[in-house]
Design a binder for this molecule. Structure first.
Ligand SMILES: [Zn+2]
Length: 158
């Protein structure tokens, strides 16, 4: 469900199946995918628009919009599956590192990206690119007072 490239948050359906959700359809087998493996709770398949060949998505079969809303056991299961894919990608793609991340963009159903990194900036934030595409800049250090305030604000919420 997209609107001008921005995901529309679903306010219902957490932990269930959604009729109009692309990844629920893939999890049910209603839409084909290049499946790597699955079990009762998760499914791993190739991203149709890979950053690099082998770019894999791992989804819970239950519909959850946000990764932070998954039950911890399910989140750990997704991470464990990503570790399994990463080891295979290191062998197949002969890369030193594999990135794993959630962005919550495009399809509002939790999906972990697992990407073989052929270049240090394959999944880099623009914040690290101040020195250009081959450089790797560390963003400026934040003022200690600002950091303490942010930490204090977060501790209240945790
Ligand atoms: Zn879904």
């Amino acid at each position: 469900m997209r609107k001008r490239g921005v995901c529309v948050t679903l306010s219902h359906g957490k932990g269930t199946e959604m009729d109009d959700c692309l990844f629920c359809k893939i999890a049910r087998g209603d839409v084909p995918c290049h499946k790597l493996f699955e079990d009762a709770d998760i499914l791993a398949f190739l991203d149709l628009h890979p950053i690099r060949p082998g770019h894999t998505l791992i989804i819970p079969k239950e519909h959850h919009v946000w990764f932070e809303d998954m039950p911890p056991v399910l989140a750990a299961h997704v991470t464990h599956a990503a570790q399994r894919v990463a080891r295979a990608l290191k062998t197949l793609r002969k890369v030193e590192r594999v990135a794993m991340f959630y962005t919550g963009i495009h399809v509002p159903h939790v999906h972990a990206h697992v990407v073989p990194m052929h270049h240090v900036h394959d999944v880099t934030s623009a914040a690290y690119l101040h020195d250009g595409p081959e450089g790797f800049s560390t963003p400026p250090q934040q003022a200690s007072g600002d950091m303490e305030q942010i930490a204090a604000n977060l501790r209240v919420l945790l």
